[in-house]
Write a protein that binds this ligand. Structure first.
Ligand SMILES: Nc1ncnc2c1ncn2[C@@H]1O[C@H](COP(=O)(O)OP(=O)(O)OP(=O)(O)O)[C@@H](O)[C@H]1O
Ligand SMILES: [Mg+2]
Length: 386
């Protein structure tokens, strides 16, 4: 029998962003207490948590004190330093474990771990020296993508290497940080699979979600995805396999590329809830956040069933450019849900919130969510100046 962390217990979240916010909302709905630690003040997670600690992840004493005050620690931000995870592990259960986090935070470790176990990854080569970059280019060919090994998100720390690109200069632009060279894949589409694994090894995956990016940032996600049954089954089987290989407890998202030549390849892992899974909040019997909570607390996993086709559109700071978005215009669509993360400064490219739309078909859900987002910035053509 696994010991359960029952409602009433206190869960600590390392990280203060929107993933922690939606997790905290869910945990509080189920009667848990939530503490959060992040370097900033008044964070999206902190606004919902019972207790918000503002401290650097490198302040290991603060991390230890934080861990002593909770029953269980989890993450909403995967770039927490390994030392902070280890410090938390001295005083509390940490789920997912620091080992899984350590692998997922570094592209070379992640791809090597997966390739060694026979999982299909994008062809890659590690780049630590100029000589390694030259031989990587010979092996991988062009076009390719050069990515920093650590701390990338939303396409930051990436350079396309085309036929005429000076690869050494591109790497200089990354201040010669450790990097990985990947083959550039001719994409048919991108999908993600979010899977949960419980304390006793039980597993449950949400169906594949289809993702469209703009400027390397997730733009719109749709469920169910448009992939055929073979690819859908393969993606779920790979996710189950990776969850087991990592002896994982919690929520893991795998981003996949579906290549035009039919290959299904792992792009990367996210050891936490994922932006593409935000639609599960409104569209599934159990959201990814509730599934995370159930998994880490040793509770039975809930049904991931999609109740209705759904689409999610991210709201970036850009939509504030001409003033406050017209929330009423988006909410005039009765099947559209608005989520805002409580961030005060809407910088361009910053994820401020999202919209979810439910509809009878995925195509209608996508069209509806895009229309609702457009309505946010359409200027009223009424005679306001009367
Ligand atoms: N090798 C590749 N071939 C084709 N497209 C790619 C490749 N690598 C990245 N991309 C495109 O860039 C996007 C972002 O890449 P990646 O997921 O590696 O970045 P990231 O910075 O870790 O982003 P995030 O953490 O926000 O997902 C991918 O979803 C894909 O659209
Ligand atoms: Mg990605």
């Amino acid at each position: 029998m696994t010991r359960i962390i029952a409602p009433g217990a206190t869960i600590g979240v390392l990280g203060g962003g929107q993933l922690g916010r939606m997790f905290a909302m869910t945990a509080r709905r189920l009667g848990y207490r939530v503490h959060t630690l992040a370097p900033e003040h008044d964070t999206p997670t902190g606004q919902i948590a019972d207790v918000e600690i503002s401290a650097s992840y490198d302040d290991l004493d603060a991390v230890r004190r934080f861990a002593r005050g909770v029953d269980l620690v989890t993450f909403e931000f995967e770039n927490v330093p390994a030392a902070a995870a280890a410090a938390a592990e001295e005083h509390a259960l940490v789920r997912p474990n620091g080992h899984a986090l350590h692998i997922a935070q570094h592209r070379i470790r992640e791809k090597t771990f997966l390739a060694d176990r026979g999982f299909p990854v994008v062809p890659f080569a590690p780049v630590q020296t100029e000589a390694a970059l030259t031989s990587a280019l010979e092996r991988i060919g062009r076009p390719a993508v050069l990515k920093t090994a650590a701390f990338g998100y939303d396409g930051k720390g990436q350079m396309p290497i085309g036929a005429g690109t000076d690869a050494i200069a591109a790497w200089d632009g990354m201040r010669r940080q450790e990097a990985v060279l990947e083959a550039f894949i001719d994409l048919e589409r991108e999908i993600s699979v979010i899977g949960a694994r419980g304390v006793g090894g039980s597993r449950s995956c949400f169906g594949a979600i289809e993702n469209a990016h703009r400027h390397h940032i997730l733009d719109v996600s749709v469920a169910p995805s448009g992939v055929g049954p073979r690819i859908a089954a393969e993606a779920l089987a790979i996710t189950d396999g990776v969850l087991d290989a990592l002896d994982y407890v919690g929520i893991l998202c795998i981003e996949f590329f579906v290549a035009r030549d039919g290959r299904l390849l792992i792009n990367e892992l996210a050891p936490r809830p994922h932006n593409s899974g935000h639609l599960t909040f409104d569209a599934c019997r159990t959201s990814q956040f509730e599934q995370q909570l159930r998994a880490i607390c040793g509770l039975p996993l809930g049904s991931p069933e999609l109740i209705q086709p759904a689409a999610m559109a991210n709201l970036l700071g850009d939509i504030w450019q001409d003033g406050e978005p017209r929330w009423d215009a988006a909410l005039a669509f009765p099947a559209v849900k608005l989520h805002l993360y409580g961030k005060s400064s809407p910088r361009p490219g910053r994820k401020m919130g999202h919209l979810t739309a439910l509809a009878p078909t995925p195509a209608e859900a996508r069209a509806l969510v895009v229309k609702a987002r457009e309505a946010l910035t359409s200027r009223q053509e009424t005679d306001d100046n009367r």
